[in-house]
Structures are given as C-alpha cells and as structure tokens.
Design a protein around this ligand. Structure first.
Ligand SMILES: O=P(O)(O)OC[C@H]1O[C@H](OP(=O)(O)OP(=O)(O)O)[C@H](O)[C@@H]1O
Ligand code: HPA
Length: 185
C-alpha cells in the first residue's frame, strides 16, 4: 500500500540528517575532480545505475571536464524493502562496451552485490576495465567481498537505512536535500 503524504512527511521530520546538502555538494565536487584527473584521456563509457544513480549522475556529469558518453542501465534488488534480495536486471546496458573503460555510477555501495554484478557483466561483455563511483559507502562488515570499495567514493556513512540524493525509502524521498537515516533503522 502506498504510504500517505503525511506519513512520508513524518519520515523526514523524524529522520536524522547525517550529511547536509552543502557537504554532499562538496563531496561531489571532489569526486568530479578525482574522476576528471583519472579518466580525462580514457574516453570512458559512463553507465548511470537507475534509479538510485540518477541524482549523482546528473550532478557529476556537468562537473566532468572531458567528453563523456553517458548511458544507463537498471538493476534492482531492494525494491520497496530495507534489505536486499536477488538482483533483477530491468534493463541491461545496450551500448557496445568492447575494449572501453566503463564507469558505473550509483548512489550507494551497501553490501556491494549490485556493483559487483554490474562490473562482472561489463567485463563479460568486453569492457577493458570497469571503475565504480558511488556517493555513499555504508560502513559495516557485510560487504559481498571483504574490503570491497568503489574506485571513487563521495562519503562514508554509518550503518543505518539511508535516503536522499538518490537513495529511497519505499520509493520516496530520493529528492531529500541531504543524506538522512530513517528513525529506528
Ligand atoms: O550494495 P548493495 O547492497 O547491492 O545495494 C546498493 C544498491 O541498492 C540500491 O538499489 P535498489 O535495489 O534499491 O534499486 P533502486 O536504485 O531502484 O532504488 C542502490 O541504488 C544500489 O544500486
Ligand atoms: O540504505 C539504503 N537506502 C536506500 N537504498 C539502499 N540500497 C542499499 N542500501 C540502501
């Protein structure tokens, strides 16, 4: 059942703001500088991981100071839940990635299952190398592989259920202006 607007307004009113909007933009500025320095001569193929990667991708792209071919893919495993399940491909990448440097952009590396599966898919389809960029790396010891990290990380955030800047709570509040943790989660 869809939560009511009142309930969704209560979620953000009761949530803890862990990272302010201004701090998020500073982190994205830094990520963009790092990505530009690393990839400006690589002609990378960038894939936004829908839906969560939408906002980071939209903020990063104008900050990247080199020509970028931007595409998208859609893989999901949380749906409306706060724990992850089986990864479902809703749209596989269509662009030819043979011998390309691929940059995968997503909102969060939580357990890392999603990014691992996407990276494996790209390598299996001929990508020369796959790099990953996430706004948030959630701090816990449940990563799909010990020590798993993205190549570019904006912020390290505590182990709570988060929303804002692309991350959703039950499909809502991807638009929240900062990074918030749901009360009690
Ligand atoms: O590191 P993991 O534990 O695999 O979790 C991270 C993934 O989970 C979220 O996607 P979700 O499945 O919620 O789909 P969405 O992007 O449409 O919200 C998020 O956008 C990442 O893609
Ligand atoms: O903490 C989270 N919030 C929203 N989406 C997510 N997908 C994985 N972890 C999270």
């Amino acid at each position: 059942m869809t939560d009511s607007v009142d309930e969704l307004n209560q979620v953000i009113a009761e949530a803890d703001c862990l990272v302010s909007e201004q701090q998020v933009y500073q982190a994205i500025d830094t990520m963009a500088e790092e990505i530009t320095a690393a990839l400006r001569d690589s002609n990378p193929l960038l894939f936004c991981v829908m839906n969560g990667g939408l906002i980071l991708t939209g903020q990063l792209l104008p900050r990247l100071k080199f020509p970028v071919q931007a595409e998208y893919l859609h893989a999901t495993r949380y749906r409306q839940e706060t724990t992850g399940g089986i990864l479902e491909w809703k749209l596989r990448p269509e662009a030819d990635m043979k011998d390309r440097t691929v940059l995968i952009v997503d909102d969060i590396l939580d357990e890392g299952t999603t990014l691992n599966a996407i990276a494996d898919y790209c390598l299996a389809h001929g990508a020369e190398r796959v790099l990953t960029a996430v706004l948030v790396d959630k701090q816990h010891d449940r990563k799909a592989k010990p020590g798993l990290k993205a190549d570019f990380t904006g912020l390290e955030v505590e182990d709570r259920f988060l929303f804002g800047f692309g991350m959703d709570y039950k499909g809502y509040w991807r638009n929240a202006p900062g990074i918030y943790a749901v009360k009690g989660l």
